[in-house]
Design a protein around this ligand. Structure first.
Ligand code: MG
Length: 360
């Protein structure tokens, strides 16, 4: 079955499906917060247009379409400043979808496709060393190192203005990112509860919503997924069906996992015997509304006892306060000042939010 925006369903793991609102922020509720986020979209637009130019370089009207994208979306953002309540509601995911619609209307398929491929290839080269380092660690240190690795990976984000600038300035290394992670206690720090649950034994089945291509999925999330597989957990990794910034796509994840399987027997064996599944999320945004997922991931979630939401868009901008019927792990780095202030911390602080299923 093909997932479209028309046949999406609610994730059955939502504890309060009727009360669920995906967005953490209501942009109509606070003028200053709305202005902040409209500025984020405005500030990010030139970089997006640069990626459009690169991805569409084979066409003769790439410049014209990039300019038109800047004009149309820029005008819409200004209109939202003047008339924020024109839709009766306003949140970040709505504005992301407006941006995607302008790109679809201009036949801009996936402006980040070239950079995603490049970052996936670069991260793949580093993965064997990262895995060897983790494997050499004592068992009681590995879980924290894996979680820190997901934070470091999540710093590689072309969707956030703070980290985007660092990329444009020549990038930074995964090891530097790892060394720069805030010391514990983290901004939200349920690591001890996670470690206690981890020590009891493996979860039966995990649903893992991944975020960005490159270091994020490859060096952050794959080592955590691999560790769960080694412990005997069935892992379903779920990525976007449609493009959204530099998020890895379901269709990109397939060849990427195969490339990892070529040198890692844990991933290879798990793909072969079905303990590692790849199922499209149905999502089309850098945030995720869990009331709108693919029927396939909804069906696969029925018997899951662990849900992992990774990345600022999926775990903070949406779903931070959402409750689920199974154990839930929310992992992310904060890459926008407003969110850091809201959570009582600083830019680049991290969250490890673990909630036991049914305990809320
Ligand atoms: Mg992302």
């Amino acid at each position: 079955m093909t997932t479209t925006t028309d046949n999406r369903v609610a994730l059955p793991l939502l504890a309060e499906p009727d009360a669920y609102r995906c967005n953490t922020l209501d942009l109509l509720a606070d003028d200053a917060i709305r202005e902040y986020w409209l500025d984020v979209f405005v500030d990010h637009l030139p970089s997006l247009c640069q990626h459009v130019l690169r991805a569409e370089a084979h066409t003769d009207d790439a410049q014209a379409r990039a300019d038109e994208l800047a004009r149309r979306f820029g005008a819409q953002l200004e209109d939202l400043r003047d008339r924020p309540d024109q839709f009766g509601e306003l949140d970040i995911i709505m504005i992301c979808r407006m941006r995607e619609k302008h790109m679809r209307d201009l036949n801009i398929a996936d402006p980040y496709a070239p950079v995603k491929a490049q970052e996936n290839a670069a991260a793949l080269e580093l993965l064997p060393d990262v895995l060897a380092e983790l494997d050499a660690m004592p068992d009681d240190q590995r879980l924290q190192a894996l979680i820190v690795g997901t934070f470091a990976g999540n710093k590689f984000d072309l969707g956030a203005t703070s980290t985007n600038k660092q990329f444009d300035d020549g990038g930074f290394s995964f090891h530097d990112a790892r060394d720069s992670i805030q010391a514990r206690p983290w901004m939200i720090d349920d690591f001890d509860a996670l470690a206690v649950r981890w020590a009891i034994g493996p979860h039966r089945k995990a649903i893992v919503f991944v975020d960005n291509a490159g270091a994020d999925v490859t060096l952050g999330m794959i080592p955590l997924i691999r560790e769960m597989l080694r412990r005997g957990t069935h892992v379903v990794v779920t990525a976007n069906t449609k493009p959204a910034l530099n998020d890895i796509l379901h269709d990109e994840l397939g060849p990427h996992l195969k490339a990892i399987a070529a040198f890692d027997s844990t991933i290879a064996d798990a793909l072969n015997d079905g303990r590692l599944e790849r199922i499209e999320s149905g999502n089309d945004a850098p945030l995720v509304n869990l009331n709108q997922v693919s029927p396939q991931i909804a069906a696969a979630s029925q018997d899951a006892d662990l849900l992992i939401l990774e990345g600022m868009g999926r775990a903070i901008e949406t779903n931070l306060y959402a409750r689920f019927t199974c154990d839930t792990l929310k992992l992310a780095m904060v890459k926008e000042e407003q969110l850091a202030t809201m959570l009582g911390g600083n830019l680049y602080d991290v969250i490890c939010k673990f909630e036991a299923g049914g305990s809320q």
